[in-house]
Write a protein that binds this ligand. Sequence first.
Ligand SMILES: NC(=O)c1ccc[n+]([C@@H]2O[C@H](COP(=O)([O-])OP(=O)(O)OC[C@H]3O[C@@H](n4cnc5c(N)ncnc54)[C@H](O)[C@@H]3O)[C@@H](O)[C@H]2O)c1
Length: 471
Amino acid sequence: MAAAIYIPAGLKVAGSSAVELKISMSSHNTTDLKQILLDKIDSRSARIGVIGLGYVGLPLVVEFGRGGFHSTGFEVDTAKVESINRGVSYIPDVASESVAELVSAGRLEATTDFSQLASKDVIIICVPTPLRKTKDPDVSYILAAAEKIRQSLHRGCLVILESTTYPGTTDEILRPMLDETGLRLDEDYFLAFSPERVDPGNPVYNTRNIPKVVGGVTADSTDVASAVYGVIVEQVHRASSARVAEACKLLENTFRAVNIGMVNELARLCHTLEIDTWEVIAAASTKPFGFMPFYPGPGIGGHCIPLDPHYLSWKARMHGFEARFISLAEEVNSRMPDHVVSLASAGLNRHRKPVNGSRILILGVAYKRDIDDMRESPALPIVDRFVELGADVAFHDPYVAQIPLESRHGHMQGIALTEEAVAGADCVVIVTDHSRIDYGWVIEKAQLVIDTRNTTRTIGVDQFAGKIIRL
Ligand SMILES: NC(=O)c1ccc[n+]([C@@H]2O[C@H](COP(=O)([O-])OP(=O)(O)OC[C@H]3O[C@@H](n4cnc5c(N)ncnc54)[C@H](O)[C@@H]3O)[C@@H](O)[C@H]2O)c1
């Protein structure tokens, strides 16, 4: 039996390439390698590297620091790196105090120097996975991160992909790139996928108490990846493969996109039939089984729900399968901004005003309540549509100072929420129901309110009913 050779992370052995070392390994060594990593995780001496410090990566690297590990964030954005190293958070869900405490304790740091990946035992990829203009997956950020890992991959290293992506990415893209180093899966390194489920702005669920699904490319990879997450999250669910874990995330977000699409269609249907959608949903919600409420809105937004289902349908299409629910949901959801504009237009019409020349105040532009994230926000097409129709548009959002304006190839600055702004608007459109805004006061001062979130349900139902139009 060959002797167990364990090469500490980052240590170069003169005259021995990774390939030569691999040849001298036996399955016994593999077990040792796995056990060594498990021991390091157990003793918190495993060094953690997280690539991409955004909404997903920053909370994660902080949680590993809190878990007692030495954690390093790898970022291409120098401003983010400097901010973390100064102990200042730029993500609302992560307190600066937590960052500062970990940085001064020497358990958290950020860097743009990717050569330091060579000293990490666990490397987790949290980079963006956008869509191309053609709505095909853009995995270029994953490829860029994987290339950096490839240059530093060493024996005993565990690589985990967290970015949302289509089933097969870990097996078909990451594994071949890492295998190119001459190191072999399970014999030299481990590879897994674990979807991120963080819900920015959620006061109840966070990285720690959201169950973590973990699917290794092999069973050994599932073991080590489950062990490392087991330190920082309350519950780990083991999937039998990386593909199952990848598909699980896409099921979750497709489930939301399709159900929101269904209820958005119901809202338009109810509008036609002159039935109050919200009352219908409230009544149906009294059923204690077999019904789960979803609520209509001005459209879907954020980095996940509008994008992720396309990753699944793209992969299905590659295999000749057309995912019809996904395309139908997208069609319905993407029409909602126009529906909001048509509700405003009908309301203004009652006041004998055209949209052209009317002053429209948009309340809330972030894609959801109490966060500052503008990605894919339905507020953007709504503002653009009003501008195209000749309206005089302004917006107020306590979390967002400026928005891009596609129709004018420029930007729009937010305004303060003054009595003049509200009373002077011909129509106020509540797009995002941030909890900081006093909606009672808004309704009292406004001439006409389009409520896309049912925010005004409990306020002024009788007194101001005539000036509120709900989705
Ligand atoms: N935001 C969410 O609520 C959420 C929830 C679940 C899953 N996800 C998924 O997680 C992934 C990350 O999303 P996010 O919201 O954190 O994105 P983000 O844009 O907030 O953060 C990504 C970070 O990665 C950095 N980055 C880009 N390329 C890099 C590279 N080559 N090396 C190092 N850093 C790089 C960017 O500068 C950015 O700071 C995506 O796949 C997304 O779909 C996001």
